[in-house]
Design a protein around this ligand. Structure first.
Ligand SMILES: CC(C)(COP(=O)(O)OP(=O)(O)OC[C@H]1O[C@@H](n2cnc3c(N)ncnc32)[C@H](O)[C@@H]1OP(=O)(O)O)[C@@H](O)C(=O)NCCC(=O)NCCS
Length: 166
């Protein structure tokens, strides 16, 4: 498995991973790609990729894209589900179904945090449904619940260690 920075060419794949993240529960009727990319509250996680301040990582395995994690800043007037502040980017993460449960999600999370630290980002936020096992992944990685996004979901934040110059 290889991790690399996400590029402009990865837009369609990131959109696939956004659709996977929206449709995380096998118990629900999945939303179509078209619907996810047309609804403003989900489309804004990927619309116009890459923006100047977007930052992402792609995992490749067996020569194919297996997953992606990326950060995007939102303004207060157009907040994501996990919005806490304009200077705190929100995480989106997804691993293609065939590649789940093999450590790729955890590796993507660590890699995108490392890139964020390099970029001088102090905090990362996200929104997760409490029933999604992904919440345990985030807790183990140091994210803390800072509020409830809805009856079913939590907003979580990780404070990144500040850069040290030697
Ligand atoms: C959530 C997701 C990104 C995690 O990536 P992954 O590659 O499957 O996860 P990893 O293999 O790195 O495992 C991370 C942790 O989750 C646990 N885990 C993985 N699959 C699991 C499952 N089906 N049920 C319960 N726990 C699971 C792992 O055991 C691991 O924890 P542990 O090592 O302490 O046991 C991926 O499963 C996914 O894309 N899911 C659908 C989209 C989604 O939910 N996105 C997040 C929305 S907030």
């Amino acid at each position: 498995m290889k991790l690399r920075p996400a590029t402009a060419d990865d837009g369609d794949f990131l959109a696939d991973m956004l659709v996977a993240a929206v449709n995380w529960s096998p118990a629900w009727q999945p939303k179509s790609r078209r619907r996810v990319l047309a609804a403003p509250n989900t489309a804004h996680y990927i619309a116009g990729w890459p923006r100047d301040t977007d930052l992402g990582v792609v995992a490749e395995a067996d020569g194919e894209r297996a997953g992606a994690a990326w950060l995007r800043f939102f303004p207060p007037g157009d907040p994501g589900y996990g919005f806490v502040a304009a200077d705190v980017p929100e995480l989106t993460i997804g691993v293609a179904a065939a590649w789940r449960g093999r450590g790729i999600g955890r590796a993507l999370l660590h890699a995108v945090e490392a890139r964020a630290k390099e970029a001088g980002i102090a905090r990362i936020s996200l929104s997760v449904e409490r029933e999604n096992f992904a919440q345990r992944l985030y807790l183990a990685a140091g994210y803390e619940v800072v509020g409830a996004g809805s009856e079913q979901s939590d907003t979580m934040v990780k404070v990144l260690p500040s850069r040290t110059f030697t």
